[in-house]
Write a protein that binds this ligand. Structure first.
Ligand code: UPG
Length: 476
């Protein structure tokens, strides 16, 4: 640690705040503090701790009361992540998700609509990382004529650690961006404070921040939750939603040693991962929509009391094994007074993590309102969404888009699995359980207007185009 401290002191790319924050994190990591979860002590939280949405305090219908509530609110979107898993360079929030609009376009539209409707001025804060800062600053210029204040601030930049000798990677001659990492979204609390934004907001009379992932299209301002927290003086609220089998990457709320606590998949011992992913024991899932009292953040950051579990994230840079240490914003729940969970409808959790999610939100299963809300089509009677599995050919957004002349109708679809070099024509309808498979080296084009219900569509090895086309006509 002494060697590490002197190495870090020599790094001139980061501030003193960042240096001490980093050393703090490493010290806590090395001491093994609060990493371990004793599986047998995990309990399911009661309704008093994770309040069902319908049991939240009733909301006044008087618009003047609503305006008073909104005057206390600021919205913060976590914008430090890149779109690399969807094959994009730059901030994930600039991926076009629907009607040519990006995540950020929709977020701005939603808050603009709220401000117009209630005559208030809820500001939008974007927390960037060194990876997303420059691009985001350029992009937000296009919103300069909107009726919302947009503030940006940067989260910390910490050196990655070389596993072999625990030296900071930038000291090994790797001076580029790969030498560094943003230390997870748990950094939002000190970053808000260090940027000066926290004090500025408190002095303007703001009381609560609504924090959400920028890729969650369902994370819109909910007045009922805000009202409940103000009435009950809850300093922190995590929105959870009934877990589905699709919710595998993320966290859940548990009761542990008398406190409500987040359990992230990264903290789960290997032998319990399947149990964690199942929906029998862990019935709720963290949406990462978090409501937090600003003065409480200030109090806890000043006291250096936010000691969230550290999640070591192993990576490899140019063949060197490195570690980046991260924390999650949801893990802060146990440090706040009167912290609760709110069990919210699934509509508040519409994450776009992969191109299969893009297929859902771009299809007729959802509609986009003028206010920028992405709403589920009531024509679908099945409460769960179809499960969509697309092969690696669809992974990058650009490739995904090039494979659909138009997005098929999927209102009556239960599941879709696409394997191989497959292209979809215009105006296709998919129903029930559909599998589409192109054998290696074969291109399969589903014709315009095809209606495919409960079928396996294959192109067989050696099948000639005419034969295949005749067979495909049966789908028209
Ligand atoms: N992000 C930052 N800075 C970081 C890391 C992430 O701003 O250092 C942003 C990122 O851009 C995104 C959000 O934080 O908007 C979430 O990051 P991501 O890596 O996608 O988190 P997940 O692995 O999806 O997990 C979070 C919660 C988990 C929850 C899940 C819901 O940690 O508990 O279940 O979100 O999608």
């Amino acid at each position: 640690l002494t060697n590490l401290k002197s190495a870090v002191a020599s790094l001139n790319q980061i501030s003193d705040n960042e240096k001490s924050g980093f050393i703090n994190l490493v010290t806590r990591y090395l001491s093994g503090e609060a990493q371990h979860v004793e599986w047998s002590k995990i309990q399911t939280p009661t309704d008093d701790v994770v309040v069902p949405y319908d049991k939240l305090a009733p909301l006044s219908e008087d618009p003047a009361e609503t305006k008073k509530l909104l005057d206390k609110l600021v919205v913060l979107k976590l914008n430090g992540g890149l779109g690399t898993t969807m094959g994009c360079t730059g901030p994930k929030s600039v991926i076009e998700v629907r009607n040519g609009l990006t995540f950020l376009d929709l977020i701005v539209r939603q808050i603009e609509a709220l401000n117009t409707k209630y005559g208030c001025s809820v500001p939008l804060l974007l927390m960037n990382s060194f990876n997303t800062h420059d691009d985001t600053l350029k992009i937000v210029q296009k919103y300069s004529n909107s009726n919302i204040e947009i503030h940006t601030f940067n989260q910390s930049q910490y050196p990655r650690l070389v596993v072999e000798d625990f030296a900071p990677l930038p000291c090994k001659g790797n001076a580029g961006k790969d030498g560094w990492n943003p230390p997870g979204h748990g950094d939002v609390f000190p970053a808000l404070m260090n940027s000066g934004k926290l004090d500025a907001l408190i002095s303007k009379g703001k009381e609560y921040v609504f924090v959400a992932n920028s890729d969650n299209l369902g994370a819109v301002v909910d007045l009922k939750i805000l009202n409940h927290l103000i009435q009950n003086k809850n300093e922190y609220c995590m929105e959870v939603t009934p877990k589905t089998l699709a919710d595998v990457k993320g966290g859940t709320l548990i009761s542990y040693e008398g406190k409500v606590q987040l359990l992230e998949i990264a903290q789960v011992p290997d032998q319990h991962v399947n149990e964690f992913k199942s929906i029998e024991k862990f019935k709720i899932f963290n949406t990462n929509n978090l409501w937090v009292n600003l003065k409480a953040i200030k109090r806890l950051v000043e006291a250096d009391a936010l000691k969230m579990e550290i999640i070591p994230n192993p990576k490899e840079v140019d063949g060197i094994k490195v570690l980046q240490l991260e924390t999650a914003a949801g893990a802060a729940i146990r440090f706040f007074d009167r912290a609760i969970g709110a069990n919210v409808p699934r509509s508040r959790f519409l994450p776009v993590k992969a191109s299969s999610d893009l297929l859902l939100v771009q299809s007729d299963l959802y509609t986009l309102t003028d206010d920028g809300y992405v709403i589920r089509n009531p024509a679908r009677t099945n409460p769960s969404n179809p499960s969509i599995e697309l092969g690696p050919e669809f992974k990058k957004v650009a490739n995904f888009l090039s494979r659909f002349k138009s997005i098929p109708s999927i209102i009556e679809l239960d599941s879709l699995k696409v394997t191989g070099d497959v292209y979809f024509g215009a105006g296709i309808t998919l129903k029930g359980k559909v599998n589409v498979t192109a054998k290696s080296g074969v291109k399969l084009e589903i014709p315009d207007g095809a209606v495919i219900a409960n079928k396996d569509v294959n192109v067989f090895d050696g099948e000639n185009y005419q034969l295949w086309a005749v067979r495909m006509e049966t789908y028209l």
